[in-house]
Design a protein around this ligand. Structure first.
Ligand code: DX5
Ligand code: ZN
Length: 225
């Protein structure tokens, strides 16, 4: 299996300097850039939309990993694809016709992801497995950075790993990931870990620590994959 990928969430970055922050995490060695899109309706917080995604796209040399926490999601899929998303993940609760939404994402030329809230069971994806490139397991209730990891999600990751079988689908885990929790999710089957506060720090941006923070997560899962 390939190495675990680290996708820092720019939710914890300095929003007044997003281009700079993205260049800093990429030179610090991240693999993807995770973009949390929130609407104040599906989740209790509001962040950014397709215009900001488009503006930051030229600063991303790796992979733009867009996590849509918006309801409805369907009317905006094209805008995020045009903004340059590589991966677009939607929540099944926000997409009543999930099978169609996943097809649309692929037809737009992006990789299709489904994101599962902590209370959402793995089996909602049983009949769309062949439409997926990514499954995003939320290990906190979405809406905010800096929350504590929910160990209840480890069993779900294992279950999804079995459901995936030999399909080419990545498991990404998002929420409360740090050098203590990353080994737990990687051992269960995670291929990509999202980390916001564990990369950017809590309060006060100090980019000199980004490389150490990313390396600490990488070291914590060394030898597991
Ligand atoms: C939560 C977001 C996460 C969050 C992760 O709604 O989807 O990506 O920013 O932040 P940490 O790593 O601080 O839990
Ligand atoms: Zn996210």
């Amino acid at each position: 299996m390939a190495n675990v990928k680290i996708s820092p969430s720019i939710l914890s970055a300095d929003f007044a300097n997003l281009g700079h922050e993205i260049r800093a995490i990429e030179s610090a060695g991240c693999d993807w850039v995770h973009v949390d899109v929130m609407d104040g309706h599906f989740v209790p917080n509001i962040t950014i939309g397709p215009l900001v995604c488009k503006a930051i796209r030229p600063h991303i040399k790796t992979v733009m990993d867009v996590h849509l926490m918006i309801e409805p999601a369907d009317p905006y899929l094209e805008a995020f694809a045009k903004a340059g998303a590589d991966y677009i993940s939607v929540h099944p609760e926000a997409c009543p016709h999930l099978d169609r939404s996943l097809q649309v994402i692929r037809d737009l030329g992006c990789k299709a992801g489904a994101a599962l809230n902590p209370a959402t069971p793995a089996h909602v994806l049983t009949h769309v497995m062949d439409r997926l490139d990514l499954i995003l397991v939320m290990s906190v209730n979405p809406g905010f950075g800096g929350q504590s990891f929910l160990p209840s999600q480890i069993g779900k990751i294992r279950e999804l790993k079995t459901m995936i079988g030999d399909r080419d689908i990545l498991i990404e885990v998002d929420g409360g990931i740090n050098p203590q929790t990353a080994p737990l999710v990687v051992e269960a089957g995670a291929d990509v870990v999202v980390a916001g506060s564990a990369v950017f720090g809590k309060g006060g941006q100090d980019e000199s620590v980004y490389a150490n923070n990313i390396q600490a997560i990488r070291d914590s899962v060394k030898g597991q994959n």
